[in-house]
Design a protein around this ligand. Sequence first.
Ligand SMILES: Nc1nc2c(ncn2[C@@H]2O[C@H](COP(=O)(O)OP(=O)(O)OP(=O)(O)O)[C@@H](O)[C@H]2O)c(=O)[nH]1
Ligand SMILES: [Mg+2]
Length: 519
Amino acid sequence: MPSEASLREKLKKKTKFVVRTSRNSTRRTKKDEFSFEKSGVFDRGNESEGKLKRRVKFKGMQLGEEVDERGKLRNLDSSGKKKRVYAKEGRDRIGRLENGNTGHRTMWVPGKSRNAGSRGKRLNHTGKEGKEDVVLDTAKHKGKAKEVGKMGFVGADDQGSGLVKRIREKKSELSKGKTQEVASPSSSFARKKPRDKAWLDDDDAETRNDRPKKKKRVIKLDPYDISNKRLDDGIGIDGSKEKEKEKENESDKEPTMSKNAQFRAIQPNPSILSFVEKNLLGKRRPIDLRRAGYNIDLSAPLDNIPFSRSTERERIEENIFRNKLDFFAAAKVSSSFPPPDLPEIAFAGRSNVGKSSLLNALTRQWGVVRTSDKPGLTQTINFFKLGTKVCLVDLPGYGFAYAKEEVKESWEELVKEYVSTRVGLRRVCLLIDTKWGMKPRDHELIELMERSRTKYQIVLTKTDVVFPIDVARRAMQIEENLLQNKSLVQPLMMVSSKSGAGIRSLRTILANITRFAKR
Ligand SMILES: Nc1nc2c(ncn2[C@@H]2O[C@H](COP(=O)(O)OP(=O)(O)OP(=O)(O)O)[C@@H](O)[C@H]2O)c(=O)[nH]1
Ligand SMILES: [Mg+2]
């Protein structure tokens, strides 16, 4: 076992190197490293470990702390003017004391930033086991190994000896000239601290506590208030209560019910309701139709109950509708109208309301009158002879259609001219879509027919797309609307060309017209 004197001798040799390196050069050469190894700084063995532990308590030393010359821990100040930083001695990466480590205290004298990580590696390759850990451990605790820079090792056992004196000299020199350089690692921590570990800093915590806290808005509730209003309900955006009151008054004047709600509030009379039920109008379940004895496999099963087939027009109870339907004239202008030899029944209404389809359903002759789901298919007044006694007239629709505005206007004018001037016209069936009800153009035509004293009858179409109660409501609504109209013929009819509902009743009405019509 080497004596203490010989160890001190060795350390003195080593100290020379450290001071020279720090003072004269910012870089440590390979040669220097080699002399590190040779000097035996790392190999002093365990005998000095106990000594070190007694002298310096590095256990639990934190980042941002340093040890002064007397071995006391003190915090780094914010200016970061540090000259010395002592690393943990002889610990492995997870902080345990290394086996065989000397436990010597090491002092890092950082110069300009160099890649300490790479230096650590060099030590790893060149130095002995355990020594590298000192470097790596320190670099790890410094956060960024890069910033460690130039370093020198000083044995802990030399504290208070010549080595320490020289270091103190070195320190004073550095404090005059290169203080900034030496302090750079710790100052970098000082800069980072508020960002990374602000929660650790007591000063920051104090400043946070000094910040004015937001006052919580306290809402006092009146336990006896049953108005169900917010506290600031009486105050407008600009703080004026008068404007708010004015608004309230205005809203009181307006009708409170929407159109839809008004429609739902209609109470149909019993006769309309019974008609709807009797004719199975409205949206119905197939099972309900089957139970009523109808053949639901047919395209229009209901108008010829219960044994009808679509081709059997002979089975239609009204003889007149058993006749063959023949197209014989189309008119784009009034001058093209055929001579009024036969009593005429016309079908008018908005585009796509189902005029042409109704003609087919009444005669059970599918395909004679062309239909389409595209509004505006019928663009001329089409005349159809039903036998020799009556003429059915399919009118172009008005309102929305896929046609130019001028063309649509011309159709409308033609229709108006026809219904108001046609001599042989016995009845106009004004078709209204059950779902949408009457529109302004329907009212226009009604006014015209009222003026010209043309007899007209309202027929609700497409009843199969709405519920039975809504069919009845719509019928009731229209009847009430047109109560004062003199040329209106009662009753209002409801049909579905798709299901055939109400078609039979309509046939009966129309057959009576032809029966009593004078030629
Ligand atoms: N669900 C249902 N659809 C119908 C009914 N009647 C007609 N339709 C459909 O409504 C669309 C328009 O029918 P049309 O008979 O061509 O209507 P229109 O009034 O002649 O139309 P324009 O000739 O354009 O004026 C077609 O797709 C028909 O299948 C009905 O009672 N119920
Ligand atoms: Mg048509």
